[in-house]
Design a protein around this ligand. Sequence first.
Ligand code: HEC
Ligand code: HEC
Length: 156
Amino acid sequence: MSHSFNHKTAVMALITGLLIASTYAFSPAPAAVVHGEHENNLKVLPKDISHDELMQVMHSFEVALGLSCKDCHARSTSDTTKLDFMADTKLKKTALGMMKMVQEVDSAHFAVKGDFKENYLTSQFKVTCITCHNGHAKPINTVAIPIPDPKWEKKK
Ligand code: HEC
Ligand code: HEC
């Protein structure tokens, strides 16, 4: 009964296909980096952030600052081909402080309240990393405008 066999096979293939499709649709993407979905030491970003959202934030930091992962994240001591994302580095600590500053500035002066992740990923922040950094680790335009000398005012 090869006809019914083929029919069954087709139905099985369809079900398998649907199962695979739904697995991909409803489960988080496999992590390409050393990062457990429920085991992290995030301080500003929410601990239940998805892997994809975390990577969106991290890639955007790279663009805003002209840095790469390995500039902010330390090399793993157990496997030097990998990065230890949980470990603190000087730049990671500075970046964390900057995230808090961005949240404070926007909440206190620009009425953007609430969660850093939501605001950051939906471009709600009025002042954000790129505002000052513009692709550079150290903002290059902070001393572009000379401070006017009070004597200039008196001469008028
Ligand atoms: C400008 C510095 C900077 C760059 C560049 C950067 N990160 Fe991060 N990363 C941070 C900071 C700060 C945190 C912690 C955020 C927090 O605690 O809310 C973090 C957290 C993480 C975490 C979670 C760590 C934990 O506690 O579990 C992972 C994973 C991660 N980064 C991966 C990456 C990858 C991959 C890249 C490159 C695509 C990258 N980061 C680029 C600063 C950076
Ligand atoms: C209001 C302006 C401003 C904003 C907004 C801002 N930064 Fe900064 N950032 C600075 C200045 C100024 C420095 C210090 C530069 C120096 O030391 O010469 C700095 C330094 C840093 C450094 C250290 C760079 C180095 O090479 O030492 C990191 C990392 C950093 N910022 C990350 C961030 C991240 C991530 C964000 C967004 C969450 C952010 N900054 C938002 C102004 C800003």
